[in-house]
Design a protein around this ligand. Structure first.
Ligand code: MN
Length: 231
């Protein structure tokens, strides 16, 4: 069998302390998962079950890279997030078994065209144009569970040009990692290579060309992104 053109390379995420790469299959994102962020977005955190959106696998960007200010937006924003990497397939996964499906964890930045996202929300349209654009998922390096263990708590912090914009703790997640995996696996068969961005704390805000944005999570270190001019 011949492809009609050379297939694109497999998207992948760095692995901490290794030359190996983690191949990416899909990127699932949790919509609102910290109460204070749900409130700042004008929603009631107590009454809404978790919901998901996705980004294409090839939206991944390594730490240390420059991301150009994207097209069609005047309100490009950061979102610090814990990222969960799935290493074992499963459907209808029980919460008690969920962590056995986790390969590792990373810090991530769910880059967002907020103006397009909010316009879509108001019109009842899909979020893709606000969330699933090129180079919209800064992720990694991944820390294998075998070395780092699981993360039930720990500080998560985002800075822009050294100034703290988001500061919270993973223990404040409305839906825990086992709950998210269990709920997701009722709708989709999870597969190795799937990534889950678990939602962002309060304090989201804009980025400008020239900004340096970092996300630090306790035990996962820090990732950094420089924003470049619009291409
Ligand atoms: Mn997010």
């Amino acid at each position: 069998m011949n492809y009609v053109f050379t297939p694109p390379p497999t998207p992948s995420v760095a692995v901490f302390g290794s030359e190996d790469r983690f191949p990416v299959r899909r990127i699932f994102c949790v919509g609102r998962n910290y109460a204070a962020h749900a409130r700042e977005m004008g929603r009631d955190p107590d009454r809404e079950p978790p919901f998901f959106f996705t980004k294409p696998a090839d939206a991944v960007v390594d730490s240390g890279e420059t991301v150009s200010y994207p097209p069609e937006t005047e309100n490009f924003q950061y979102e610090a997030e814990l990222v969960v990497a799935i290493g074992k397939a499963g459907r209808d996964i029980a919460e008690a078994d969920a962590l056995s499906h986790v390969w590792g964890y990373a810090a991530g930045n769910d880059l967002t065209r907020r103006d397009l996202q909010l316009a879509a929300r108001e019109l009842g349209r899909p979020w893709d144009w606000g969330k699933a654009f090129d180079r919209s998922a800064v992720i990694g390096p991944l820390h294998p569970v075998q070395k780092t263990g699981h993360l039930e708590r720990g500080a998560i912090r985002l800075t822009v040009n050294g100034e703290t914009k988001q500061a919270a703790d993973l223990v404040d997640l409305i839906w825990s990692v086992p709950e998210i995996i269990s709920i997701l696996s009722r709708s989709m068969v999870l597969q190795p290579g799937d990534l889950i961005m678990t939602g962002t704390p309060a304090g989201v805000g804009p980025l400008a060309a020239g900004d340096v944005c970092t996300v630090a999570i306790e035990r996962l270190g820090e990732i950094s992104t420089t924003i470049g001019p619009r291409e």
